[in-house]
Ligand binder design. Structure first.
Ligand code: 6PG
Length: 247
């Protein structure tokens, strides 16, 4: 059962959801005058948001030189593979807008998902400047997440040991619970939770079944994911929300 505070914000549809998400991302950037770290997500849910961030009026509001872009999980496939999450974000907006040194992909062409996890953990620790997460100093300004049909977030699948890992920031996941059935590399709950804001995006009637399970408090990765010292916000469109939660 989720015992932390989660704010649920209802919006009309997918387009409104992407706009609301873009506005939250920009507001979060505006609240940090220094170096900013955003952790992106894969799947289809964030694509419209990524398109907006690469277009006016939002593009002009992003302090591109100060923003570093990470990814919460990736499929262990080559960068050129259409399934690669960071490549999707790069194609939609990052390669056009962000300095290359500010884009931090997972090394999905390394020897194994475990090696890629180790490399990414080292990169995150170097960026953070410490090897232990200090709750009042979150790693990320904002972490974006989607929810899979089984209640997974990033590549933390229900019932898999990776969900319970607390002594690593990044793990290799040898198999996926849902398609695409390729090995994954995923940040763990403590790393994802080290943020000022965790922002979920759920759109469309296909999400209603899993959202119903989440909101009844089932023990799912999606219910364990939260910002430990920040805001946890679920942006949902009307089609995704169960009837008794609408309005
Ligand atoms: C991935 C993701 C994954 C995704 C959810 C929701 O690599 O697949 O990062 O956790 O966010 O499965 O996916 P959709 O947005 O496609 O529904």
């Amino acid at each position: 059962m989720a015992t932390f505070h989660r704010e649920i914000i209802e919006v009309a549809d997918a387009a409104a959801l992407a706009r609301a998400a873009a506005e939250r991302v920009i507001a979060r950037m505006e609240s940090n005058p220094g170096r900013i770290a955003i952790c992106l997500t894969g799947g289809s849910s964030p694509k419209q948001l990524y398109e907006l961030l690469g277009q006016e009026p939002y593009k002009n509001q992003v302090p591109w030189d100060r923003v570093h872009w990470f990814i919460g999980d990736d499929r262990f496939v080559k960068a050129a593979d259409p399934l690669n999450n960071m490549s999707m974000a790069r194609r939609i907006f990052l390669d056009r807008c962000a300095p290359a040194v500010n884009i931090h992909p997972i090394a999905t062409e390394s020897h194994s998902p475990y090696e890629a996890a180790h490399l990414y953990e080292t990169e995150l620790k170097t960026f953070y400047g410490a090897t232990v997460l200090d709750p009042p100093q979150p790693l990320f300004d904002l972490v974006l997440l989607g929810v899979g049909p089984d209640g997974h977030i990033a590549s933390l699948f229900p019932g898999y040991p990776a969900v319970n890992v607390t002594d690593q920031w990044v793990v290799g996941v040898s198999e996926a619970h849902v398609a695409p059935f390729v090995p994954r590399v995923s940040l763990t709950l403590p790393a994802l939770g080290s943020c000022h804001e965790m922002l979920f995006e759920l759109s469309g009637a296909d999400k209603r079944a899993i959202l119903t399970r989440v909101l009844t408090g089932e023990d799912l990765p999606a219910n364990r994911a939260r910002a430990y010292e920040g805001e946890t916000v679920w942006l949902c469109d009307s089609a995704a929300l169960p009837e008794n939660y609408r309005d």
